[in-house]
Write a new protein. Structure first.
Length: 317
């Protein structure tokens, strides 16, 4: 019986301290939760500060200018595209002229363009037109394998094959202004991997020269000149605008009018009535050719006119 009493007392003692332990446990848990909450708040605050710093750094990075190398490449590509290049000399790696190219250098042409987002170039010795994509990194011009039309060129075959070999692959290029020329010209010097030097002279394209996109118009030009106006004896070209439909059939004509200006590239001989395909360029940026697309419009001082082709020519009666 004594044993039983001792057990009950022990049990009573354990049951008596149980509520106190429970209270202590709850208090400890509350402290831990409070500490955890404080630590969580501190962690979130630190993350917010880090994010603000990172955002500030990103803004500063975004505001930095484009690197000089990229700007130089873009400027070079624009310069190359704004000119049409003619070969003026070609020298081998021992300062010896490449006779097959030197003999036809005045006919060797090079142009840089863009097609479907790719930088492209075209070149010719006066027979086939050869095309390729190119890349420019710094001063290194890298030309891909070329595609060519398939005309037989007889005596030009050797010159054409030589030019293809020189153009494909990598070469170093530099462009300088031709100070000796009164016109806006540039000189392109190209040094190939085989140490052959090609020197090209560039003439500004009409679009670059007039800083506007050309618009195609057609003019008839009378072999006989007419008085520029009633108050002078000066004689002018006699022209009238013409339009053609999508099938190339003449659809309308304007009125004959005197033209006191210049058609760049055209030399009338006074013996032939001719029809010219002309590119006209707005001289004033405010001249909106798209909104006023009237190809029967009389010649105007607001435009520069450049010959594209003579499409009809007949001996005047």
């Amino acid at each position: 019986m004594t044993v039983m009493r001792l057990s009950f007392r022990t049990l009573s003692f354990k049951l008596g301290i149980l509520p106190s332990m429970l209270v202590a446990s709850l208090a400890l848990g509350a402290c831990q939760n409070s500490t955890s909450t404080n630590e969580k708040e501190k962690t979130e605050h630190a993350k917010a500060v880090d994010n603000e710093v990172m955002a500030s750094d990103a803004d500063e990075t975004t505001d930095e200018p484009i690197t000089d190398n990229k700007s130089a490449e873009q400027a070079m590509i624009s310069t190359l595209s704004d000119h049409r290049w003619t070969l003026i000399s070609v020298m081998g790696n021992k300062s010896q002229p490449l006779n097959e190219l030197a003999a036809v250098k005045d006919e060797v042409r090079l142009s840089f363009n863009q097609y479907q987002g790719q930088n492209t170039l075209n070149y010719s010795v006066g027979c086939n037109t050869i095309s390729a994509n190119y890349q420019l990194q710094g001063s290194v011009l890298s030309v891909d394998d070329s595609m060519s039309t398939k005309m037989l060129c007889a005596d030009l075959n050797a010159a054409e094959n030589s030019l293809i070999d020189l153009m494909e692959g990598d070469s170093q290029i530099v462009v300088t202004k031709n100070d000796a020329s009164q016109e806006e010209q540039a000189v392109l010097t190209q040094l190939t991997n085989e140490e052959t030097t090609l020197v090209w002279e560039g003439q500004l394209t009409d679009q670059a020269k007039y800083n506007s996109k050309g618009e195609t118009v057609f003019w008839a030009v009378n072999a006989k000149k007419t008085s520029c106006n009633d108050s002078t004896s000066e004689m002018c070209l006699q022209v009238k605008p013409i339009t053609y439909d999508n099938q190339g059939i003449k659809s309308s004509e304007g009125q004959w009018a005197p033209f006191a200006g210049v058609i760049d590239g055209y030399q009338p001989d006074g013996k032939h009535d001719e029809v010219l395909r002309i590119q006209r360029y707005a001289l004033d940026a405010d001249t909106n050719t798209a909104a006023n697309d009237n190809r029967l419009e009389a010649p105007s001082e607001a435009y520069a006119y450049v010959l594209d082709a003579v499409i009809e020519s007949a001996v005047a009666e």
